[in-house]
Design a protein around this ligand. Structure first.
Ligand code: ADP
Length: 179
């Protein structure tokens, strides 16, 4: 589904983020940028070794939670990959919501710096990091909507949901927001 906010839109698709053709693909990385399973493993496998070579060289100390670092996109159909570090869910009282909000904001700001028109996010923190999917959908969609309403760029923000359940949760919340 697709909802327009002025000149921009938020689009939800169910699928594999490595197959998207957009300016920026966002990876859900860990703070050591050490590689892992889930979407991180899929992105590194599909993109090739250049991503890890660049993070090792340029970001040997990793990346703080709530922020992101940039690499090239290797074999992916994109200009850059943003390796974004979401919070680990620890019950909701450890600043998780603010950190999740901040990781989306950080990536959107970074997309402006890199003059990009389109960006695809996975559902950051909702896998191994256990952030509840409904809460993650509310925080991420509201953060993106506020950003687009204010800046009117990037023109396309796509969220790629791997499972039907995640797609259902995000679409229910986006529908409510669009009313
Ligand atoms: P985190 O550690 O931030 O929770 P995960 O990779 O474990 O990161 O999961 C984040 C989300 O990405 C989960 O909802 C998971 O189902 C989803 N995911 C896993 N593989 C892919 C993929 N290839 N494309 C898009 N989303 C994916």
């Amino acid at each position: 589904m697709k909802v327009e906010f002025g000149e921009c839109c938020i689009e939800l698709v169910q699928g594999d983020i490595t197959e998207q053709k957009v300016d920026i693909i966002v990876n859900a990385a860990n703070s050591n940028l050490a590689g892992g399973g889930g979407v991180d493993g899929a992105i590194h496998r599909a993109a090739g070794p250049v991503l890890m070579q660049e993070t090792n060289k340029n970001h040997p100390d990793g990346c703080p939670t709530g922020q992101a670092v940039v690499t090239s996109a290797g074999n992916l159909n994109a200009k850059h990959v943003f390796h974004a570090v979401g919070p680990i869910w620890r019950g909701g009282l450890q600043g998780e919501e603010q950190l999740l909000r901040s990781v989306y904001q950080y990536c959107l700001e970074l997309s402006l710096k890199h003059h990009c028109e389109s960006i695809a996010f996975p559902a950051i923190s909702t896998g191994v990091y256990s952030y509840p999917i409904d809460r993650a959908a509310t925080v991420s969609l509201n953060t993106i909507k506020e950003f687009l309403s204010e800046k009117q760029i990037p023109s396309l923000v796509r969220i790629v949901l791997f499972s039907g359940g995640a797609y259902g949760a995000y679409s229910r919340i986006l529908e409510e927001m669009a009313l």
